[in-house]
Write a protein that binds this ligand. Structure first.
Ligand SMILES: [Cu+2]
Length: 181
């Protein structure tokens, strides 16, 4: 009788431990948190076949992360680019194969004349004021979908402010907040 009772208690504790682990898992995984500010994409002209996107990517997690790749339907090729000074002293764009490292609580800035997201072979016209969607793929935080505005005349200084914020709590669960003001 006592043995039976003990077995039942042990079973109960096993179940309890299991549920505690299930409850705590999303907290452990939610370390991958990325927020994106001031994102926009532009082309040099209406007839341009390429475009570039700029933004500020913030890693609000203490864990290091890496932006591995970018995907979008609006171009045949989407690549992570940087500017490197060539032998002739002229700045050239170069694809970054290994992606961009973002330290824990660090910021990755895509800006004019520096690192950027490159769209080559646009599959649709880029109309000023409209938006495109793209997916950022991070090593730790996973994929994050963004809607970013098309600003053809935007200068380096920002006038408007857009903010996208994504938490990836687990592989099966993610939600997104978008604020525009
Ligand atoms: Cu480029």
């Amino acid at each position: 009788m006592i043995l039976k009772y003990c077995k039942r208690v042990r079973y109960f504790y096993k179940k309890l431990i299991f549920f505690v682990i299930v409850l705590l898992t999303p907290w452990v995984a939610s370390a991958g948190t990325i927020s994106v500010d001031d994102a926009y994409v532009r082309t040099s002209s209406k007839l341009a076949k390429s475009a570039a996107a700029f933004m500020e990517i913030r890693n609000t997690s203490p864990r290091d992360d890496r932006l591995l790749d970018v995907k979008s339907e609006v171009a045949k090729k989407v690549e992570l680019h940087t500017h490197i000074k060539g032998d002739d002293g002229v700045m050239k764009m170069r694809r970054v194969e290994d992606g961009f490292f973002i330290s824990g609580n660090g910021v990755l800035k895509f800006e004019r004349g520096g690192d950027h997201i490159m769209f080559m072979g646009l599959t649709q016209p880029f109309v000023d004021g409209e938006a495109i969607s793209l997916t950022l793929i991070f090593e730790t935080a996973g994929s994050i979908e963004l809607e970013i505005p098309i600003h053809l005349k935007k200068r380096s200084t920002s006038i408007s402010h857009t903010h996208t914020h994504t938490h990836n709590n687990s592989e099966t669960h993610s939600h997104k907040h978008t604020h525009s003001d």
